[in-house]
Design a protein around this ligand. Structure first.
Ligand SMILES: [Zn+2]
Length: 184
């Protein structure tokens, strides 16, 4: 799907900005690959018009022992806390992977203008368990039609987070590893 142009931009400029932000988010996420908790999942929220960054966060399921601590959900939660508002209307969320139904539902409830994703759920599902409902389907079946879903953007850069040797090694320790799922 083509990027919806932001009010002050031509569509091509908005698409280029999406790519620039997603590539930067992928590079930031890649820094986790040398830490104790490597993750391929990160999200970032920008103001849709000013471009100011509001929040950026990683998946923290393992360190926080919280199955809901997905990157998108955490980023929305932290952003809302910062704004002291339950609404993120006027903001755009970028995520290295297409949001799962939980995160997409949360993005819709938050009223985000746009959700832009990198790798697809199918890409992630090669390595870890997923709920195979596309983000666009979750959006289409909601009443929140104002949230536009765009992706994949910089799919190769985001997929490289999953296929990195350190991440491949780490997936084997995850309870949601695809290998464990398929071997049982
Ligand atoms: Zn999620």
């Amino acid at each position: 799907m083509a990027a919806r142009s932001e009010p002050h931009m031509l569509p091509g400029m908005a698409a280029a900005l999406d790519q620039q932000r997603m590539a930067a988010l992928a590079r930031w996420t890649a820094r986790t690959l040398v830490t104790a908790h490597p993750v391929p999942f990160a999200a970032e929220i920008f103001h849709s018009i000013t471009g100011d960054r509001l929040m950026r966060a990683l998946n923290a399921v393992a360190p926080q022992n919280d199955p809901s601590a997905h990157a998108e959900l955490r980023t929305v939660r932290l952003a809302c806390r910062k704004l002291k508002s339950y609404s993120l209307r006027g903001y755009t969320l970028y995520t290295t992977c297409e949001p799962c139904p939980m995160c997409m539902a949360n993005a819709l409830w938050a009223g985000l203008d746009r959700v832009v994703y990198g790798a697809t759920i199918a890409d992630a599902n090669r390595f870890c368990r997923q709920i195979r409902i596309p983000a666009t389907e979750v959006a289409e079946r909601s009443d929140m039609s104002s949230t536009v879903v765009t992706g994949p953007v910089c799919r190769d850069e985001c997929l490289a987070l999953f296929t990195h040797p350190k991440m491949q090694e780490t997936f084997k320790t995850w309870s949601s590893a695809r290998e464990i799922l398929t071997s049982t």
